[in-house]
Design a protein around this ligand. Sequence first.
Ligand code: 6PG
Length: 237
Amino acid sequence: MDPKILIFDTAVEAAEACGDRILELLAGARIARGVTSLAVSGGSTPRLMFQSMAMRPFDWTGVELFQVDERGVPPDHELSNFRMIRETLLGKIRIADGQVHRMRAELSAAEAAHAYEEEIRRVFDLGPAGIPVFDVIQRGMGPDGHTASLFPGEPLIANRTGIVAAVHVEKMKQDRITLLPAVLERARHTLCLVSGHDKAAALREVLRGKVNPMAWPSQIALDASAWYIDKAAASQL
Ligand code: 6PG
């Protein structure tokens, strides 16, 4: 199956459409299973999406919300993905604290990754080798084609058994925590939100180039993904 590509005039329209589709998928999954699971990314692109989602009349009952990745900083740090998610979404909706699963990046990245894996195993009721199946995973893409905190050439891109890992991103001088490919590949729905001219060249390689996730990590789960893109990011497709 090929990736589904949806192109919008503006970043706002792409973000609103992506957010609305996430809510629609969560509502459907909850009808089917009583509960539903979502993992969201950080960075700057999802801000518009979260702001839009927060204004929708959506009942967050039964939604287990997780992070795709986090920088190795405390939750009040300006680089914290959780801080951004809290400011743009969580602080504006009614969702029980127990449904929000934060990567505890104030710990060391290794400790935070271990703690997160334990939390995922608990919530998804997994055995020792189990891999969680999220109803929805929302991802972004960096100008270098990275997704989550899996950057080009990262050996963890070849990991098919792990759930969460600590990763050092040398070019950013950052330790991070990230979901691993086995989890990203099993999502029932993968929605990638990408906007801006700075993403256009990478997007061409990811969507039109040779499949090589080690070089272009955003190609992880490519076949089953839907891309919400503004015209600027789509300008080289
Ligand atoms: C992060 C994100 C990351 C993000 C891309 C795009 O921690 O930075 O989770 O994977 O999706 O880097 O970031 P922007 O939206 O800021 O371009």
